[in-house]
Design a protein around this ligand. Structure first.
Ligand SMILES: CC(C)(COP(=O)(O)OP(=O)(O)OC[C@H]1O[C@@H](n2cnc3c(N)ncnc32)[C@H](O)[C@@H]1OP(=O)(O)O)[C@@H](O)C(=O)NCCC(=O)NCCS
Length: 251
């Protein structure tokens, strides 16, 4: 008797409503579109995440490595009830956010990855995924962790997240924080902004193709310029690399 192993390995996704795309005008005048992406689009996103796995700065390396695995997990049906949103400017990929539905009341926020810096694009993309959990799925809370100090500032401090330290988060079992409905409502209109519907031309441009980021985060020229390395007394490998590069002082 033959057994279709793939059927056993593949979780059956719960049918979930779609995130209604939204847009906003950034401080620089660009129009940012945030929309849900389908499984078929994942291969167009992966090549833009891969280089960030080697950016030893602001924790891009660990976050990109995990995002890559999560996107692949979604693409290959190895995660239960995952969703992925993309933020685009003129088609260009500028942020990725994802998460998962644990049960009808509880959402699990996975990652936020900004591919263009300095415009709070990551913050807007994170806000969109909170909207998905709260407004679209009607959940009671979203469990969140931060892997970087910038993430901690953006989520835990700006949203005043509540501790749920007795709940290990799916990202490495770290103690969770929670965005409750009350905190979400408090952030509506300030941290959570955007307009709907997205003008047809703008949405079509975003859907037509996921274009490469034009100014993605890059590794620092001097590896010790990465703040993490500066305070890492075990960074002997990085010291060796800096010597090779011929650097002397701290950048
Ligand atoms: C966390 C993250 C999503 C926030 O994205 P964002 O809201 O668009 O914010 P930016 O990363 O552009 O800017 C964050 C800070 O970096 C600094 N910054 C701004 N432009 C920068 C640039 N071009 N290069 C480096 N740092 C910059 C600023 O000090 C800014 O601080 P602010 O709070 O005063 O604005 C993004 O930093 C990121 O993807 N980091 C790596 C992965 C990560 O940590 N994800 C979150 C896991 S919890």
């Amino acid at each position: 008797m033959s057994v279709d192993v793939e059927k056993l390995l593949r979780p059956i996704d719960t049918p979930l409503p779609e995130f209604p795309a939204k847009y906003m005008t950034l401080a620089g005048g660009e129009q940012l579109v945030i929309r849900q992406v389908t499984r078929d689009e994942i291969p167009d996103i992966l090549p833009h995440v891969e280089p960030l796995m080697h950016v030893e700065r602001d924790f891009y390396d660990i976050v990109a490595s995990r995002v890559y695995a999560e996107l692949l997990g979604f693409y290959m049906h190895r995660v239960q009830d995952e969703y992925v949103l993309a933020a685009q400017i003129e088609g260009e990929l500028v942020a990725i956010v994802n998460g998962r539905i644990v049960n009808p009341d509880v959402g699990m926020s996975y990652h936020t990855l900004a591919l263009r810096r300095g415009l709070r694009i990551g913050a807007h993309a994170f806000a969109a995924k909170m909207e998905y959990h709260m407004d679209v799925l009607g959940q009671k809370e979203v469990l969140i962790v931060a892997e970087s100090p910038i993430g901690f500032r953006r989520w835990m401090i700006e949203y005043k997240l509540e501790k749920r330290f007795h709940i290990p988060h799916e990202l490495g079992g770290c103690p969770s924080y929670s965005l409750t409905r009350e905190l979400f409502e408090a952030a509506r209109g300030s941290l959570i902004v955007g307009r709907r519907p997205v003008p047809e031309k703008l949405l079509k441009k975003a859907q037509a193709a996921i274009l490469a980021p034009t100014d993605p985060p890059r590794p620092p020229a001097d590896l010790l310029a990465a703040t993490r390395s500066l305070y890492d007394s075990t960074a002997t490998a990085l010291l060796g690399q800096r010597n090779k590069l011929g650097g002397t002082g701290n950048a």
